[in-house]
Design a protein around this ligand. Structure first.
Ligand code: NI
Length: 199
């Protein structure tokens, strides 16, 4: 599993500059806290033994794409939430990172309820190894976001957020081919039920 600390620093600085003064929704913290959380989820899961679900057709465990997934974790919201374009990402980080970040970005031209399904379809349509890294980042993103919801969120809104997370797991779990990550997502989904007010 190859990993360059220098490449990580480069992506971290690029993301910090792009997101500038942005804050976490509902918290007086820099947006970078979210990005570092997603990158940490990617790196933490890479350290776990993969188990049988990571085997490819030849019976070998497919190596975890740590460098690509960690870089894309840091950059995953740049195109969606900042002035940075996919072309700028491509110049700085190459075409693989750029196409993953583009697939992870919601299309603002579409009606809101269609945006997630559209992004999931574009992730699945990537070449297999890129789709795998994109799926890893998207699952790490939602794991990071399955925190206690803001107090003002209604029960239906919370339920919809959990249902959307279930859809993400159903669509991307098989693509990521990394059982420790899908297990963690399933655990976080289960824990989120505590915020739905069910007895
Ligand atoms: Ni995110």
């Amino acid at each position: 599993m190859e990993f360059s600390a220098d490449a990580y620093h480069q992506a971290l600085r690029f993301a910090a500059q792009a997101h500038g003064e942005q804050r976490l929704p509902g918290a007086p913290l820099p947006y970078l806290v979210h990005l570092a959380g997603v990158a940490m989820e990617v790196m933490a899961t890479a350290l776990l033994p993969p188990g049988a679900g990571a085997l490819d057709g030849s019976g070998e465990a497919a190596p975890f794409p740590l460098q690509l997934a960690a870089t894309c974790a840091l950059l995953h919201d740049t195109v969606e939430d900042t002035q940075v374009t996919a072309a700028a990402i491509e110049r700085e980080f190459g075409p693989a990172v750029a196409s993953i970040v583009a697939a992870l970005s919601k299309d603002p031209q579409l009606p809101k309820p269609e945006q997630m399904g559209d992004s999931l379809r574009r992730i699945a349509a990537l070449p297999a190894e890129l789709a795998r890294a994109a799926a890893i980042v998207k699952l790490a993103d939602r794991i990071t976001n399955l925190q206690p919801p803001p107090a003002h969120w209604s029960l239906p809104r919370r339920a919809a957020y959990q249902a959307e997370a279930r859809l993400i797991l159903a669509e991307l779990g098989p693509l990521c081919r990394w059982p420790p990550l899908t297990r963690r997502m399933a655990e976080r989904l289960q824990a989120y039920s505590a915020f739905l007010g069910a007895p």
